[in-house]
Structures are given as structure tokens and as C-alpha cells.
Design a binder for this molecule. Structure first.
Ligand SMILES: [Zn+2]
Length: 218
């Protein structure tokens, strides 16, 4: 029976990275104990990327440790691609719902969207220097917006932990500055300016979740 999709974008990135690592080790090492140790690491990393798995899903993923040739790794990744979860379609309606206070919310370029290669969806409004992020957490769609300023040099992204072109995104939280009844705390983080590049690297959404939690904490 065909399984339902269960692999999110960042989880697929983990599998992809681990497949490359194991494939490289098999090609370059003749030491069986080294290969065994790497297999163990790969298995641990993949399982750690999934908070929950059925036995069938686990079996499907851990087939990786039986692979040897480049072709077998490729076939494995191709087969798993069928289990990737699509990111929900970002419609104009959804964008308006997620940013209700912003009457001038900028709609994303429809050509940017392509199904499953997103853990979160982000896009800038260059005219007003605002960044919009959409993330699905426990079945709920969440929108966060903030002012951005582009960094003039490459830096570390708080979401994907990659090194690249980042912007400082500052969102106004719901929490008031202590001792001031009128001012709300600003939360700033460096993150990739280009969401699709960030999404191609992200292996763990906890940095993004922390940012969203900080912004939404009262
Ligand atoms: Zn990033």
C-alpha cells in the first residue's frame, strides 16, 4: 500500500545530506569498521530528524544502510521523493488572513512557489523593506512579518545555519518593553534573504520556530 507523504522539506535535506555522506564514505573507505560507524551515525541522524515514525516509514528510511552504488542511492532518493509533503499553496486569501493588520501586504511572486521544497515560505517587499514568512506548525499556518535591512557581508543564517547573503529581519513582538506601556519589544535575527536558498539548506526548523515563538510571546 502506498504510504501518505510524511517527509517535510528539511527532513528530506537531512536524508539527502546523509546519503551523500554515506555514499562518499563507501566510495573512499576500505575500512569496514569505518563504514559501519558511519552507517550508525547516518541512521541516528535520520531518525532524530523525525519526531515520530511508523514502523513502515522507519523501514523505508533505514533502507539507506543497505545501499552501495551511486545508482542505488539515487534510486532511494527518487523513491523517497514520492513521500515528500507539499507546502500548502500560498494564495492571496491566505496571505491576507495571515497578515490582517497590514492592508498593503505584498503578495508573493506566484512563480516562486513550487510545491514541496519549502519548510517555510518567505518573500520580501523590496519597496517597503518588509519580509514576510509563512510557516506551518502543528497544522496551523502562522505568518510573521518584519522590517529587513540587507547585510553588506555574508553571515550566518539563524534558520538554516548556512553562510550566505543574509538580512537582519526585525519583527515587533506582542511583548511590551519593560517599564513602557507603549513600546513593544523588537526581535531581530539574521536570516537568508532568499527563502528558496535557505530552504535548500535547512535541516532543523528549531531556529525558525524560536524566532516565531519569540515574536508571538505575550
Ligand atoms: Zn538560511
Amino acid at each position: 500500500m502506498m504510504q501518505k507523504p510524511f517527509i517535510r522539506n528539511h527532513q528530506f535535506n537531512v536524508i539527502n545530506n546523509e546519503a551523500a555522506y554515506l555514499g562518499r564514505t563507501i566510495r573512499t573507505s576500505s575500512d569496514a569498521s569505518v563504514i559501519e560507524a558511519v552507517k550508525y551515525n547516518v541512521e541516528t541522524k535520520i531518525l532524530a530528524a523525525f519526531p515520530e515514525l511508523t514502523d513502515t516509514q522507519k523501514e523505508l528510511l533505514l533502507f539507506i544502510i543497505k545501499l552501495r552504488t551511486e545508482q542505488e542511492f539515487q534510486d532511494y532518493l527518487d523513491a523517497l521523493a514520492a513521500y515528500r509533503i507539499s507546502f500548502p499553496e500560498v494564495t492571496e486569501q491566505l496571505v491576507r488572513e495571515l497578515f490582517p493588520k497590514n492592508k498593503k501586504v505584498r503578495q508573493p511572486d506566484p512563480s516562486l512557489q513550487h510545491d514541496y521544497s519549502y519548510t517555510y515560505f518567505g518573500w520580501p517587499d523590496i519597496g517597503t523593506s518588509r519580509m514576510y514568512l509563512i510557516y506551518e506548525h502543528q497544522g496551523e499556518m502562522i505568518g510573521v512579518e518584519g522590517k529587513y535591512s540587507l547585510n553588506c557581508r555574508k553571515d550566518l543564517c539563524c534558520i538554516c545555519k548556512g553562510f550566505g547573503e543574509v538580512a537582519l529581519v526585525t519583527a515587533i513582538s506582542r511583548k511590551k518593553v519593560s517599564g513602557s506601556p507603549e513600546y513593544y519589544k523588537a526581535i531581530g535575527n539574521y536570516m537568508c534573504f532568499k527563502s528558496h536558498e535557505c530552504n535548500s539548506r535547512i535541516t532543523d526548523p528549531s531556529g525558525l520556530e524560536r524566532f516565531i515563538r519569540d515574536v508571538n510571546a505575550k
